[in-house]
Design a protein around this ligand. Structure first.
Ligand code: APR
Length: 386
């Protein structure tokens, strides 16, 4: 079997790339370890930024991917329970993000790719890339019936997340990796509870909390918690009590909790995002904390750059964009990592004085106040949020 591009992984990164390559008329096969229903039900990110939405529009996928999704141009920051509103759309000339739960995006990307005749293989075990540093790489895997397959290709796209096989197949020493631990833990809770009107951030002495819409009747909550906490210590009652306190809303709508887990608050960047004929996309190359909602958007941005670069290489004989792929993506990655850390520091330190001390607490509050006092500061913040 022979195909132009093998894509490993069918998360937001792999499925976006698959659809863009299909639009470019480039043949690809997607190999995914999990089942279709597993992938379609996985709930994680929820906001597609303006630039992310534009990627789909530019490739003629706006209607199939974005139809019926609503945009949310405002966010609310409750400082010690007092509401402050921030109009991202007004500050960015209308570049607002859209509320698109990850599972909705994934379901639509799968349906669109299959309707276009795409080749998507779920339940692929032991996916292994070969010959990445030579001219003729290949990927082997085992199907659900135990049959072994080998697909020869021109390029491999590693879209298999942080724990995938792609980055792991790059020889040691070929990558420089950067890691950072915020030293803070978050509990995340998914509940069938009425969502807030706008993305909601709570800054409070008891710790940071946030609430985001995940559809018309579901919310994702985040709660700062102790780094050594266990789930047993966070019973439903305590969760709602802390959310009411930190979000400053005694009448916070509640509902059945459908997921409860600790969030990985580590950051990671691999440089370069490629090795020979393998290109890493999304979480396979970099992870970021949920603060700022950048993870899924970075994956879509990478996929867009890679699709354009592969089209140039395969259709126009121009290897230049592919050679620059990593550098192009890493600029955005580091820009977003910086923003996410900046926001993280402000949102946590302005509330919880035990985290960095009273002096830094005042600094964080000054940083926050500046967003409401200075139009230039507000625009700079909105530009990075949009
Ligand atoms: N073989 C085949 N598939 C694999 C393998 C493997 N060895 N390892 C992982 N996968 C699959 C996973 O099952 C998953 O479906 O690769 C996919 C990777 O998806 P994500 O982890 O979601 O990574 P990515 O697509 O880069 O996601 C981008 O979206 O919601 C966010 O948090 C997410 O920030 C991330 C972003």
């Amino acid at each position: 079997e022979n195909v132009e591009v093998v894509i490993i992984g069918a998360g937001p990164a792999g499925l976006t790339l698959a659809n863009l390559l299909q639009r470019a008329g480039i043949g690809c096969v997607v190999l995914e370890r999990q089942s279709r229903s597993y992938v379609e039900q996985r709930q994680r990110a929820g906001v597609l930024e303006h630039d992310g939405a534009r990627v789909f529009e530019e490739w003629g996928l706006g209607e199939s991917v974005l139809a019926g999704t609503s945009s949310d141009g405002r966010l609310e920051i409750r400082l010690d329970g007092r509401p402050r509103f921030f109009d991202v759309a007004a500050l960015t000339d209308g570049r607002a993000g859209r509320v698109v739960p990850q599972q909705v995006l994934v379901q639509r990307l799968i349906a669109t790719f299959l309707e276009g005749g795409g080749d998507l293989r779920f339940d692929a075990a032991e996916v292994t890339p070969h010959g990445l540093d030579g001219p003729t790489p290949a990927v082997t895997y085992t199907d659900a019936d135990g049959g072994r397959h080998e697909i020869a290709c021109a390029y491999v796209a590693g879209c298999d997340g942080f724990h995938g096989v792609s980055r792991a197949s790059i020889p040691e020493g070929a990558l420089t990796t950067y890691t950072y631990d915020h030293g803070v833990a978050w509990l995340t809770v998914l509940a069938d509870a009425l969502p807030p009107r706008h993305a909601l951030f709570g800054i409070h002495p008891a710790g940071f909390a946030a609430q985001f819409a995940r559809g018309p009747r579901a919310s994702r909550f985040y709660l700062e918690c102790g780094t050594a906490d266990s789930l047993d210590e966070w019973g439903d009652e305590r969760i709602w009590e802390q959310l009411r306190l930190r979000l400053g809303d005694p009448d916070l709508p509640t509902g059945p909790i459908t997921e409860k887990l600790f969030v990985e608050m580590r950051c990671f960047v691999a440089d370069p995002m490629s090795y020979g004929r393998l290109f890493l996309v999304g979480d396979a190359a970099h992870i970021i904390t949920p603060m700022g909602g950048k993870g899924m958007n970075l994956a879509i941005a990478d996929a867009n750059v890679l699709a354009r670069s592969l089209r140039a290489a395969l259709r126009e004989g121009d290897e230049g964009p592919l050679a620059a792929y990593s550098e192009t993506c890493l600029k955005r990655v580091w820009d977003h990592q910086e923003f996410s850390r900046w926001m993280h520091e402000m949102m946590h330190e302005a509330g919880n004085a035990t985290l960095a001390g009273p002096f830094r607490r005042q600094l964080a509050r000054a940083r926050l106040e500046r967003l409401f006092a200075s139009d230039a500061a507000a625009r700079a913040f909105a530009d990075l949020m949009a």
